[in-house]
Ligand binder design. Structure first.
Ligand code: CTP
Length: 259
């Protein structure tokens, strides 16, 4: 399948990656949103090689049209072009420890990079190399999940969610924002993964909650938070709500025989 990448920056990146003889893809949320016809100003460019070197070479070609910021510690670089943010990152492989959300990161292959991603709909890439420019790379059938409106992990959900428990919140956030469905059982309390949300910082959880609240129907998100057991884990102080639900049920039962 061939996808049209209209913004001129993609042609500039394409020329540059061919000159540097490296393989590169637009990847992640931009691809998902493009296929869903949603506007996005954040472009992630993945290169099998150095993201910083590629960003510098592209910035040189863009001249005054682009402004580059290099994040040496992370091995990434951001190029601002008008209202677009283009982030360049080398393909990576991540391995996680059970008590930390911060993975150890090493350079990886294209396949490693797609395997480490959260959902099939976020693992698709579009080629930037001249010969294959615009071709969709979709090893986990993300396109089919987009049309079936499903949130699914590329690997076994136990691995993807316990590697990075923030993804439980992201799953619910995407299901709410996009009106997709997700499998609640994948991280319900019985799956034992839910409690790992405790290693995630409050700020990141709040970011996801904000996105749920900003969606068209935030109640879908809160329903999923409740059903998966995450609501009680992120808001232990809301325990009293359970009492309300019981009273409500009882009232409903009490009323059932009354005309
Ligand atoms: N990603 C991931 N696990 C996370 C966060 C991000 O695998 N916990 C990957 C996904 O492939 C995601 C990409 O990194 O598509 C970019 O992440 P981010 O910018 O946070 O999200 P987007 O998918 O772009 O969506 P949005 O901009 O709506 O947050």
């Amino acid at each position: 399948m061939n996808i049209s990448l209209d913004h001129p920056v993609f042609r500039t990146i394409s020329e540059t990656v061919d000159e540097m003889n490296v393989t590169s893809y637009v990847i992640g949320g931009y691809v998902r949103d493009l296929l869903l016809k949603r506007q996005s100003k954040d472009i992630d460019v993945m290169v099998v090689g150095s993201g910083i070197d590629l960003a510098r070479a592209v910035a040189k070609k863009m001249g005054r049209k682009g402004r580059i910021t290099v994040y040496g510690n992370f091995g990434t670089a951001l190029l601002k072009i008008g209202d677009l943010d283009v982030e360049f990152v080398g393909a990576r492989k991540e391995s996680y420890r059970s008590d930390s959300r911060n993975p150890s990161v090493e350079n990886g292959s294209l396949e490693d990079d797609q395997n480490r991603r959260d959902f099939t709909i976020n693992s698709m890439g579009i080629s930037l190399n001249g010969e294959t420019f615009g071709e969709l790379l979709d090893p986990f059938n993300g396109l089919s999940d987009l049309s079936r409106r499903i949130i699914r992990t590329p690997l076994d959900p136990d691995i993807t969610y316990s590697d990075d428990p923030l993804r439980m919140m992201r799953a619910i956030r995407f299901a709410t924002q996009l009106d997709f469905i997700m499998k609640i059982s994948h991280f319900s309390p019985s799956a034992g993964i839910g409690a790992r949300i405790e290693i995630i910082s409050k700020e990141r959880i709040i970011d996801e909650l904000n996105k749920i609240v900003m969606a068209d129907r935030p109640s879908d998100g809160f329903y999923l938070l409740e059903k998966t057991g995450l609501l009680a884990l992120v808001f232990p102080e809301l325990d009293w709500l359970k009492g309300i639900a019981v009273v409500d049920n009882l009232r409903h039962k009490d009323n059932s025989g009354i005309r």
